[in-house]
Design a protein around this ligand. Structure first.
Ligand code: CAA
Length: 387
């Protein structure tokens, strides 16, 4: 049972009206033209959507994770690209900095990132290290008061528009993943080169690039946490990030369902609205049921995080299920719309393209299965709050 508080409902309503009134008007054109929603992202910062769970001491919203998930769902229901920009800044960059950053790093970076004055990117994936994330080839070699950063990161969300990168790199190959570190790197530093924007299937108005670091001098004080903690930090950060992506997938599915229901009630065939034909009514019934099931998993994972419980298993379950039903039901949404579903104007074809990435980034569906399997085999109880 989720009884949302007045504050949580207010956050959800604010996100819903921002999404409907501000994001919706240009969403089709931005997708077609791969146009970044720069001004809208600034506005999201002003409205407090870019550092929602960050402590107010660092200009964040100080909200719970469930509120963040509610806002993300509403934004993704209209514009999945804006949702991923928001998600990476909130749950990967601000969260990682708040948890592991020194006071100096928080003062210097979090204070700008949480209100959205600056945007962050999370740089873990590499051309040859995607799912197999421990095999980092980017190196950060200690040299006097600095580390020398060399290597290439791939598929970086906010790659072209970020001011700050949270970079994972290998400092001591002999120690394998225990030699990996995490750093805060500024995009304007000498040796940072941003690749061209990927021409993607979906989430086309968010920018995804490679980033190459050549002899970038990173001051030692920009190390996050202690030496050798980088891989753990990345995994812990991603465990929360995955709840965010689950909320994005949930939002995409919800958006597709709402449009499908409205369309099926007004479109007539064989003398009655198509919603009243069993073939379509049953599709809508399955959509709403599975979306509700996904919602419960996503909200529960968020609540476990809020209550200080282990949320890795719950987050992976939520992401795996929400991403899969997003893909399934956006495809059904296109089918319900028939020929109209196949053209941009009706938006569901974009949602189908957008849904696909939720099965891939922040850990593929198969990586979520691996995390779930490992957790249950080692005896992790699910869900810890109920058992
Ligand atoms: N919290 C803390 N530590 C964790 C952890 C967690 N949730 N999960 C794993 N670890 C630790 C382990 O304890 C272990 O440390 P020790 O050996 O010191 O005990 C270490 O990490 C290595 O773990 P494994 O032995 O399980 O490593 P593995 O190689 O067998 O598997 C994996 C790891 C789960 C497959 C991991 O590599 C993984 O999650 N891969 C997917 C990567 C991913 O999600 N990439 C997304 C890119 S970011 C992105 O998409 C952002 C964007 O722009 C949208």
């Amino acid at each position: 049972m989720f009884t949302l508080s007045e504050e949580q409902l207010a956050v959800r309503d604010a996100a819903r009206s921002f999404a409907q009134q501000e994001l919706r008007p240009g969403v089709v054109d931005r997708d077609r033209e791969m146009q970044h929603p720069t001004e809208l992202v600034k506005k999201m910062g002003q409205l407090g959507f870019m550092g929602m769970t960050t402590d107010p001491a660092w200009e964040g919203g100080g909200m719970d994770f469930l509120s963040y998930v509610l806002a993300l769902e509403e934004i993704a229901a209209v514009d999945a690209s804006a949702a991923v920009i928001m998600s990476v800044n909130n749950s990967l960059v601000c969260w990682g900095l708040q948890k592991y950053g020194s006071e100096e790093l928080k003062e210097k970076y979090l204070r700008k990132l949480a209100p959205g004055h600056w945007i962050g990117a999370f740089c873990l994936s590499e051309p040859e290290a995607g799912s197999d994330a421990t095999h980092q080839r980017t190196t950060a070699t200690p040299q006097g008061d600095s580390y020398l950063l060399n290597g290439t990161k791939n598929w970086i969300t906010n790659g072209a528009t970020s001011d700050v990168h949270l970079v994972i790199a290998q400092s001591d190959p002999a120690k394998a993943h225990r030699g990996i570190n995490a750093f805060v790197v500024e995009s304007s530093w000498p040796g940072v080169e941003i690749g061209s924007k990927e021409d993607k299937m979906g989430i086309r108005s968010s920018d995804t690039t490679s980033i190459t670091y050549t002899n970038v001098k990173v001051p030692k004080e920009n190390l996050l946490g202690t030496d050798g903690l980088g891989f753990r930090l990345a995994m812990e950060t991603l465990a929360g990030g995955r709840i965010g992506i689950a909320a994005q997938a949930l939002g995409i599915a919800k958006g597709a369902y709402e449009r499908s229901l409205a369309y099926a009630k007004q479109r007539e065939a064989f003398g009655k609205p198509i919603a009243k034909h069993q073939a379509i009514g049953f599709k809508l019934a399955d959509m709403v049921t599975e979306i509700e099931a996904a919602r419960l998993l996503v909200y529960q994972a968020a609540q476990l995080k809020d209550h200080g419980h282990d949320y890795q298993l719950a987050g992976s379950m939520a992401k795996r299920y929400a991403a899969d039903i997003a893909m399934k039901h956006t495809t059904e949404a296109v089918q319900i719309h028939g020929g109209y579903g196949y053209v941009r104007e009706y938006e569901v074809e974009r949602m189908m393209r957008d849904a696909k990435i939720t099965q891939i980034y922040e850990g593929t569906s198969e990586i979520q299965q691996l995390v779930i399997a490992r957790n249950i085999i080692k005896g992790q109880l699910y869900p810890p709050v109920l058992i």
